[in-house]
Design a protein around this ligand. Structure first.
Ligand code: SAM
Length: 232
């Protein structure tokens, strides 16, 4: 079995049963998702992708708020997406599309048939479940337009909890496929040094339980000199 097939199968195994009570159970501990949705100032006509959208809880909320924008979701688990579609179709949301794909290999063109890159891409409690997290973030950046935004909400260091509670929680999260990537926050901060990145903000929430990161890509029209006009 290739690594790719393995990632699809692993997530389907993990969520085959959980998907039926996923939304109800996760509302109590995936904290920070609504704060991120509020922070994203989606504009009319924009294309927004959630990588690891699961049951589409987040993109459905956004699609209801912004009827004039288009929302896309990808997930490694077809089982999760079956639950997502069972929610999207009856809601009559025509501005949402979901598909099975991996965060580190999707492309806006090949996966979604779009001739333009995304305006915004976000990862909500998915980056902690993706071993090739670095490749997935690089791939997201490659599929964003200049001036586009990348967001992440996920577990932080759980530093506000008593040490033993924090350790117990990591152990329990690990049983659900969640890992703590020690290099993630330094990597996000290091993006600020890149020429194509305008700013990086990392904001811990709920006393370090979770965090929201927002990476704004540079727009040469705003952050730098626009290309000189070609003179004939
Ligand atoms: C904890 S759930 C979060 C779902 C949703 N984002 C939310 O906030 O409710 C993580 C999701 O990431 C998906 N996932 C894990 N690895 C992935 C990968 N490599 N590419 C795409 N999706 C992946 C899982 O199948 C799962 O649906």
């Amino acid at each position: 079995m290739t690594e790719t097939e393995d990632a699809f199968k692993k997530m389907d195994r993990m969520y085959r049963l959980q998907r039926h009570f996923y939304d109800l159970s996760r509302r109590y501990y995936l904290l920070g998702r609504d704060e991120l949705l509020d922070q994203m100032a989606v504009r009319p006509g924009e294309r927004v992708l959630e990588a690891g959208c699961g049951t589409a809880r987040n993109i459905i909320k956004l699609a209801r708020r912004h009827r004039d924008a288009s929302f896309y979701g990808l997930d490694a688990s077809s089982a999760m997406l079956a639950t997502a579609r069972a929610k999207i179709d009856p809601a009559g949301l025509t501005n949402v599309e979901v598909t099975t794909a991996l965060a580190d290999t999707f492309t806006h063109e090949g996966t979604f048939g779009l001739d333009q890159p995304f305006d915004r891409i976000f990862f909500s409690f998915s980056i902690s479940m993706i071993p090739p997290w670095r490749e997935s973030l690089e791939n997201a950046i490659a599929n964003l337009r200049a001036g586009g935004r990348l967001y992440i909400v996920d577990f932080f260091d759980l530093g506000g909890l008593p040490r033993t509670c924090g350790r117990a929680l990591w152990w329990w999260l690990n049983r659900f496929g969640v890992s703590r990537w020690d290099e993630l926050i330094p990597f996000l901060k290091s993006l600020e040094a890149r020429e194509n990145v305008a700013s990086v903000e990392v904001r811990p929430l709920f006393r370090g339980y979770s965090f929201i990161a927002e990476i704004a890509l540079a727009d040469p029209q705003i952050n730098g000199h626009p290309p000189a006009p070609v003179l004939s």
